[in-house]
Design a protein around this ligand. Structure first.
Ligand code: EPZ
Length: 418
């Protein structure tokens, strides 16, 4: 396994291009199962999760060739319908094949994803929604067995907004007979981008981006070409990198129109953020940030995927901040590691109280999940001395060539074999 070494205390300066969004790419890759023929997806980020999804698609009998940031995907008249545990356990997003397999093949056998570091993350809403569409579902030996001759449109209200739950049902309902109305749907930009991709394939979806989405089922879909929009969470992470090192970074291809809440919060901390053109943003900071309170919410609220990164910044704030995590029940795994670097953070239930300190000290730390890894990288960039981050495979799931991009910004960072 690799580890990353960072010698902190260097302000970052320069430009960084934001890559395509992992959480937009994964559902769009899954959607190719809905249509026979040749699909083309461009601006794919080079990430472990994308590679893993490619392995899953190939196991389902789909041809997938990736050249640079472009994937050509060949879907035949029939595909396999099984997603095995050894793949699903490494990447929960594999559950996104459930809806499309059921819709086009009439059957699916998909491993239950199991829990992960940040929470139990059940998929009960996915299954309830598919049953509402007429699927017969049983759970046996850790697998979901689903069958449906033809899914039937219906009205379904989620008990809670779920991003991949909404995405699974969007894909399933696209080929159902009749109209489906999803209520209390997730409003994330990645849901909108999936709906736009499905409509390019011939689906008839209206209302994506709001909590009521209408899908008029069609008999078949056609393959199409897609461009993956830039990653709002990667962009937010680099904004924090500029702020925590008191540097100045120009973000290219920055999807700031999907980042109103994190930009507002960073400005409250005293970070300068200037929108220079439709996709170029200049971020700079001088001195310690101001303490702020933040609560994570479904979109358009402050994203849970930015919570750990903001906590790293607030560890150095003037004053005390309170961070409330309302989306996942165990998304404070980074706290213990930040404390080992000198942060003063106390977890009280769903809240973390962060008493800002004037400096962090480099230390050996352990990554536990994707965004916790990013938080430790950010803290290491600001800390005095050397930070050694272990288990960086978590990082590789969601950040394309992060040490290369940070090195180009002046960071003293290297990846070494453990
Ligand atoms: C998506 O996960 C993202 N992953 C996550 O990003 C992100 O943190 C999350 O949405 C919230 O924005 C992808 O898009 C691949 P949810 P997802 O279903 O869909 C509960 C990252 O770092 N829930 O919206 O799995 C669930 O336990 C990852 O890139 C149920 O109870 O999240 C959670 O508490 C991490 N039953 C809440 O809803 C269900 O059937 C929101 O989860 C589904 C979800």
């Amino acid at each position: 396994m690799d580890k990353i070494l960072i010698e902190g205390g260097v302000p970052l300066y320069g430009e960084v291009r934001i890559s395509g969004a992992k959480n937009a790419a994964l559902p769009i890759l899954a959607s190719t199962l809905l249509a026979q023929g040749t699909h083309k997806i461009r601006n794919l980020p080079r990430l472990r999760d994308i590679e893993t999804f490619g392995v899953l698609l190939r196991q389902l009998g789909v041809g997938m060739e990736v050249c640079g940031d472009t994937a050509r995907i060949e879907v035949g008249p029939r595909t396999d319908h099984r997603a095995p545990y050894d793949l699903v356990r490494t990447m929960r997003a594999s559950v996104l094949v459930l809806g499309p397999l059921l819709a086009r093949m009439g059957r699916a056998v998909v491993s239950l994803p199991g829990g992960c570091a940040i929470g139990s993350r059940p998929i009960d809403q996915h299954l309830k929604g598919l049953e509402a569409l007429g699927a017969r579902i049983s759970l046996r030996h850790g697998y979901v067995y689903a069958r449906a001759s033809r899914l039937q449109g219906t009205t379904f209200c989620f008990d809670i907004p779920t991003v991949t739950g909404t995405e699974n049902l969007l894909m399933a309902a696209s080929l159902a007979k009749g109209r489906t109305v999803l209520q209390n749907a997730a409003c994330e930009p990645e849901v909108v981008q999936l709906a736009e991709a499905l409509n390019r394939m011939g689906a008839r979806i209206h209302g994506a981006g709001t909590d009521v989405i209408t899908i008029d089922g069609v008999d078949y879909l056609e393959p199409a070409e897609h461009w993956i929009e830039a990653d709002r969470i990667e962009a937010g992470t680099y904004m924090v990198a500029a702020a925590i090192t008191c540097g100045e970074i120009l973000l290219r291809d920055c999807p700031h129109r999907f980042m109103e809440a994190p930009i507002r919060k960073l400005r409250e901390c005293g970070v300068q953020i200037e929108l220079e053109s439709d996709a170029t943003v200049r971020v700079s900071a001088s001195g310690r940030p101001k303490a702020v309170d933040v609560t994570t919410q479904p979109y358009p609220g402050f994203p849970t995927d930015m919570q750990a990164q903001l906590m790293a910044l607030l560890s150095l704030a003037r004053g005390t901040s309170v961070i409330r995590e309302t989306v996942f029940e165990n998304r404070f795994m980074h706290v213990g590691e930040l404390v080992r670097m000198g942060a003063r953070i106390e977890v009280q239930g769903a809240s973390a109280v962060v008493k800002g300190v004037s400096r962090l000290a480099g230390a050996p730390v352990m990554a536990t999940d994707l965004r916790a890894s990013a938080s430790l990288i950010l803290a290491g960039l600001a800390a005095e001395g050397v930070t050694e981050i272990l288990r960086v495979y978590h990082l590789d799931r969601g950040y394309e060539r992060i040490e290369e991009k940070l090195s180009r910004l002046g960071a003293r960072i290297q990846r070494v074999k453990e």
